[in-house]
Write a new protein. Structure first.
Length: 264
């Protein structure tokens, strides 16, 4: 009898993380769901349990190293292994570089890069010890190119690619697999909770976000990519053409990128 997969998802209280939890729950996976909002996380857990999943909640803040270490210790002591780690939690940005104080940029980097790097570096020996595992990293199209009003966010996502692609190369013999996920516009609340130059929330749903692919559809494509051991998957609508333009027709990429409304 095949053992259910043990899957840890950060940022599981809404959006892509919630959609992944729901879809994996329907397969009978054993889920560890993490986020900062215990109320929202609990509601997601209840829905997953209704689908028959075994769910454990770990509430912590990715930007706090002590809380990350405690969460890792809990997983290592409570589960016989970890099959899949989904580094999904994060925060976006809606502010011009020239207006954004370093403390705001550092906060974004702390959550979107250092939080995931810190968590993964601590759980990695446990995965290696238990024969391997799959690490899923939710990056962004802006992890493949820069974009207006996303300076720190884009920098964090670029850093994820360098870090986790190196991890893949160093540990492929340990049966550690890595899938980099690069979503474009997905209909979630990410733009609403994005940080402005003041450090407060943007509070608005971007038009592009509103018209983006559904979180459920995005999650379906991520799970398919994981099942097929894809190294990278790009998800979106017409925005998915941008990385290819950047690589093969850079002059056209810059013409388009300079005209796009970053809040559209």
């Amino acid at each position: 009898m095949t053992k259910p997969k043990i899957i840890w998802i950060t940022g599981a209280s809404s959006g892509i993380g919630e959609a992944l939890a729901m879809q994996w729950a329907s397969t009978g996976a054993q889920l560890i769901l993490s986020g900062r909002n215990s109320n929202h996380l609990g509601k997601v857990a209840d829905r997953c349990r209704d689908l028959g999943a075994d769910v454990t909640l770990l509430v912590f803040d990715l930007s706090l190293a002590g809380e990350v270490a405690a969460a890792v210790a809990t997983v290592q002591s409570s589960f016989p292994r970890l099959d899949i780690l989904v580094n999904n939690g994060g925060i976006s940005q809606r502010s011009l570089l020239i207006d954004t104080p370093m403390e705001v940029a550092r906060k974004i980097m702390e959550v979107d890069f250092w939080g995931h790097a810190g968590l993964t570096s601590q759980i990695l020996p446990y995965m290696v010890q238990n024969g391997g595992g799959h690490i899923v990293v939710v990056s962004s199209l802006t992890g493949l190119f820069g974009f207006p009003q996303r300076s720190a966010y884009s920098a964090a996502k670029h850093a994820l690619h360098g870090y986790f692609e190196t991890l893949r190369l160093e540990h492929f013999r340990d049966n550690i697999r890595v899938t980099m996920v690069c979503p474009g516009m997905v209909k979630t609340n990410i733009s609403i909770h994005s940080l402005t130059a003041s450090g407060g929330e943007h509070g608005l749903m971007d038009k592009g976000q509103e018209e983006g692919v559904s979180a459920a559809n995005c999650a379906k494509k991520i799970i398919k990519a994981v099942n097929n051991n894809r190294k990278e998957v790009i998800i979106g609508k017409k925005d998915v053409i941008m990385p290819y333009l950047k690589r093969y027709v850079p002059w056209l990429f810059y013409q388009i990128a300079q005209r796009i409304n970053p809040l559209g």
